[in-house]
Design a protein around this ligand. Structure first.
Ligand code: IMP
Length: 199
């Protein structure tokens, strides 16, 4: 089975994505690939960051790999925090800090519409070229920002994000349900389609 390194240090993401790719490709974590350290993500778009993270792995291993980058785009905040979602409450902030800031900024706002967007960048090694052509896969889920935390599953903004057509937050859903409808789940589904066709 083909092996792909997933350029993430986030254990939740690794679990989510590995589950979705079972039987299609063998996912290797960064540590399984012998890599350690912070992967830079300094671009100002999701595509740019996903490419930067995947290139970081490719340059060190020469092996096929992919990376994802996600942003939470809130309508009432003119699309913020977007590509800066991880550092919304400042450098080295926690998921909890980000949620607190979001709840404070959204206090009293009636338009609570938001979406998560994920972009995956796949880099495949081949004998014929030194620099692979990046392929991008995008997924999106629309929903709303809740007024308080609900649930303890998942990570990041999950306790305050309720996807449209559901009455629970992402943090109240079993992982397989979240994976089915989430931004990352939809982006991975497109990646899976591509990998199946290429097999
Ligand atoms: P990343 O750069 O792709 O790691 O994502 C940026 C930030 O978005 C993360 O630090 C999380 O706070 C948030 N995020 C990404 N994916 C999810 C998710 O599935 N649920 C909730 N928050 C997420």
């Amino acid at each position: 089975m083909k092996e792909l390194i997933f350029a993430t240090n986030n254990k939740h993401k690794l679990l989510e994505v590995s589950n979705m790719l079972t039987g299609i490709v063998q996912i290797k974590s960064l540590s399984e690939a012998g890599l350690a350290g912070e992967i830079p993500e300094t671009a100002d778009t999701l595509e740019g960051n996903a490419l930067q993270k995947a290139m970081w792995v490719f340059e060190r291993t020469g092996l096929s790999c992919f990376a994802d980058d996600t942003g939470l785009e809130v309508e009432a905040l003119d699309g913020r925090p977007g590509v800066f979602s991880a550092r919304y409450a400042g450098e080295h902030c926690s998921f909890d800090d980000n949620i607190n800031k979001m709840l404070a900024e959204m206090e009293g706002k009636t338009n609570r519409h938001a979406c998560f967007r994920t972009v995956i960048c796949l880099l495949e090694n081949s004998d014929s070229q030194t620099s692979p052509t990046p392929l991008f896969f995008e997924g999106r889920v629309d929903g709303s920002i809740l007024t308080e935390r609900y649930g303890s599953e998942g990570f990041g903004y999950d306790p305050i994000f309720m996807p449209d057509r559901f009455a629970v937050s992402f943090a109240e859903m079993p992982l397989d349900v979240k994976n089915h409808i989430s931004h990352r789940g939809r982006a991975v589904a497109k990646l899976v389609e591509y990998l199946k066709i290429k097999k």
